[in-house]
Design a protein around this ligand. Structure first.
Ligand code: ATP
Ligand code: MG
Length: 335
């Protein structure tokens, strides 16, 4: 491992709205795992950003622990990386506020991810926090002066915004923040089991990393597939078919995938077989993750300690950054 001080930093986060799913794995976690040695990593549980769960804080509390367990289960290492809880580092809220002085509302209104999320809210009343959450993401990334932000594709507009804010801040107040790069995973946006464009924790269309084999098989069996195909002998569509997208994403046996596709398009294989093979592939991938999860589940102190140590370290880093920010903004009125 390179010396800690020499390593550039990664900041990336997850909202505590539920346990992690395959979309997180292929879209984000794989990269996090790979980069743990090369970068000093800050993995943030973004509990300030769950205003949609404001009436169910018990579920947020549970999700904080579920996520930490999932992280340990996939192999993230709290000895090398910092697992941090956002609201226990209130500097995030402070920086969000200062940044909001210079972030024009138009920038938020143009943000395509925000637009899509807003449309999904339909007629529900929208809390102000909905507009501040992307600003807070900017603050999250800038706080440890991160160079790299490995995320799913839906988060790229927020990173673009972060770059703009960093540039502006540095121009106006002197060089404080690096301009971070986004890094999208192998599968930029995994579709949901229901055919929705994105598997999401809050969308009820996810295969969770902690799902047992039976649950995974059941979810795969009820997956959305080619709606134009009524019988196994009908020629089917592979393009845009979630079952094949998952095969492409997770099946290490390229020959098997090609054979299934070849037979599917000429009506020589049924959905049942394609799905059975997929369930096997997913269960093989998840088995070691489940095993490690069970180990940490039986040792809750380890999970708690990982969160406490990571949060403690991230808080120190945040305090340093805020000292610099306050000095740059000339906010030290009493000095
Ligand atoms: P929610 O539905 O509550 O917003 P989520 O599933 O979108 O939850 P987040 O906590 O918002 O999860 O996102 C955590 C990270 O995982 C982000 O970098 C996000 O881009 C990535 N991610 C989430 N879902 C997917 C997906 N289906 N495919 C690829 N990456 C994803
Ligand atoms: Mg999300």
């Amino acid at each position: 491992m390179t010396n800690k001080e020499e390593r550039k930093r990664i900041l990336t986060g997850i909202r505590p709205t539920g346990a992690l799913h395959l979309g997180h794995y292929a879209g984000a976690l794989e990269n996090w795992l790979r980069l743990q040695d090369e970068y000093e990593c800050f993995f943030l549980i973004a509990d300030y950003q769950v205003s949609d769960k404001a009436d169910d804080i018990d579920s947020v509390r549970e999700a904080v622990h579920e996520i930490a367990l999932d992280w340990l289960a996939v192999g993230l290492d709290p000895e090398r990386s910092h697992f941090a809880i956002e609201s226990l580092i209130p500097e995030h809220a402070e920086l969000t506020l200062w940044l909001s002085w210079w972030l024009p509302l138009g920038m938020l209104q143009r943000n395509p991810t925000l637009k899509a999320e807003m449309a999904a809210l339909e007629s529900k009343s929208v809390p102000v926090a909905f507009f501040t959450y992307p600003v807070m993401q900017v603050a999250n990334i800038l706080m440890p002066k991160a160079h790299l932000v490995p995320v799913g594709e839906d988060q790229l507009p927020h990173i673009e915004m972060t770059r703009e804010v960093a540039r502006r801040f540095n121009r106006m107040f002197g060089e404080v923040f690096p301009e971070p790069e986004g890094l999208v995973g192998r599968v930029p946006r995994l579709v949901g089991t229901d055919g929705n464009a994105k598997m999401g924790k809050s969308l009820d269309n996810a295969i969770q990393l902690k799902d047992d084999a039976e649950t995974v098989t059941k979810k795969v069996k009820s997956m959305y597939t080619d709606p134009t195909r009524l019988r196994a002998t009908d020629p089917g569509h592979v393009e845009g078919n979630p079952v094949f997208m998952y095969h492409d994403a997770f099946n290490p046996n390229a020959e098997e995938v090609q054979d299934l596709k070849d037979r599917y398009v000429v009506g020589k294989v049924g959905d049942v077989e394609v799905k059975e093979k997929l369930a096997t592939v997913l269960n093989n991938l998840l088995d070691p993750i489940r095993e490690r999860r069970a180990h940490f589940e039986s040792k809750p102190k380890l999970v708690r300690d990982a969160l406490a140590a990571g949060t403690g370290h991230a808080k120190k880093v945040a305090e340093e950054t805020m000292r610099e920010v306050r000095a740059a903004l000339k906010l030290n009125y009493l000095d």
